[in-house]
Design a protein around this ligand. Structure first.
Ligand SMILES: [Zn+2]
Length: 168
């Protein structure tokens, strides 16, 4: 599991990011869908592109995604001062660490990971099924190397993907 220390560090980083990107303006845009450069965008995406064009340009050039986040977690509050642009990873982490609605999901994820939700029967079945799998020594070595070099990044729906750890 992710340690409390890492979570605190991530929280600090995200608060920093939010503070830097915030623009204090009451401008809002509630149009449901607009088309810019042939792309269909939600109104708040269009507004974000207008105020943070260089962020979007850089993302397009370097082929990573940026997303618009609602600071108060209310997607109907499209005032500019409620919007920030974040990388996908920052966005996922903000919801995992700060969104009150994620609290319940986070608990479920940690229960599944620690196995505390599993019944005695399920536990037995899992260990039985592992007995019949014969991994080669090389495969076992590869698994343990892979485990050391990656960490899980959780999505809001409880699924996850693996990302390489940053170089020390
Ligand atoms: Zn968001």
């Amino acid at each position: 599991m992710v340690s409390e220390e890492i979570i605190q560090a991530e929280k600090k980083h995200l608060i920093n990011v939010l503070g830097k990107k915030l623009i204090d303006s009451e401008e809002r845009d509630d149009r449901k869908l607009v088309i810019i450069n042939g792309k269909h965008l939600r109104g708040y995406n269009a507004l974000a592109r207008k105020y943070w064009p260089e962020e979007f340009e850089r993302a397009d050039k370097e082929h990573y995604r940026i997303e618009v986040h609602h600071i108060d977690f209310d997607r109907s509050n499209n005032r500019l001062n409620n919007l920030v642009v974040l990388t996908t990873k920052e966005h996922v982490n903000i919801h995992l660490l700060f969104d009150p609605k994620s609290e319940e999901k986070r608990k479920k994820i940690s229960e599944v990971n620690t196995g505390s939700k599993r019944t005695e029967e399920q536990r037995k079945n899992i260990s039985e099924s592992h007995k019949n799998i014969k991994f080669s020594e090389e495969h076992k070595k590869n698994i343990s190397i892979a485990k050391k070099n990656v960490h899980r990044v959780y999505h809001l729906d409880g699924t996850y993907h693996y990302e390489r750890n940053e170089e020390q």
